[in-house]
Design a protein around this ligand. Structure first.
Ligand code: MN
Length: 154
């Protein structure tokens, strides 16, 4: 039996896509703040032929995503607003249109500017490992990096 053709256009209005639920980023937890998630493409039940998931995350002004790492990479394009990304041992400013590659096992965190959201598309393999949060030893090692010393949140 062939799969039904799921080719489609999903219309956007103000960074909300028709028929796509806006969800909390993850289960409520203290290690992130003010992040929403929309999975645009790649759910196993709707798009089984697609090996990746395309998600849109939006971090509210002053918020941040989890500081984490994992084996799967991220391909990210900033669509809205601006902020910073913690990437390995540095923190880089990012603005709309910028593209970010997060390699395997690299610590990363997305931080919105105090006065602007940070909205971005993120592509991941649909089948992937779970994120790992920093241990106390990991945090101590990250804090030993001068660029990060006073910047670690969450
Ligand atoms: Mn991640």
């Amino acid at each position: 039996m062939t799969e039904p053709d799921r080719s489609r256009v999903i219309r956007a209005t103000d960074f909300r896509w028709d028929g796509v639920a806006v969800r909390e980023y993850k289960d409520p937890a203290p290690h992130y703040r003010d992040v929403s998630r929309q999975t645009l493409l790649g759910d196993a039940d709707t798009d089984p032929a697609l090996g990746v998931q395309l998600r849109y995350f939006e971090v509210a002004p002053g918020g941040h995503s989890t500081l984490e790492r994992h084996a799967h990479p991220h391909a990210v394009v900033v669509l809205r607003g601006r902020g910073e990304v913690l990437l390995g041992g540095c923190i880089e400013p990012v603005d709309s249109g910028d593209c970010v590659y997060v390699g395997p096992h690299t610590w990363h965190q997305f931080l919105a500017a105090p006065d602007a959201p940070l909205g971005f598309l993120c592509v991941v393999d649909r089948v992937r490992d779970r994120p790992v949060l920093p241990s106390a030893d990991d945090l101590a090692a990250l804090r030993a990096i001068p660029a990060l010393r006073d910047r670690l949140r969450g």
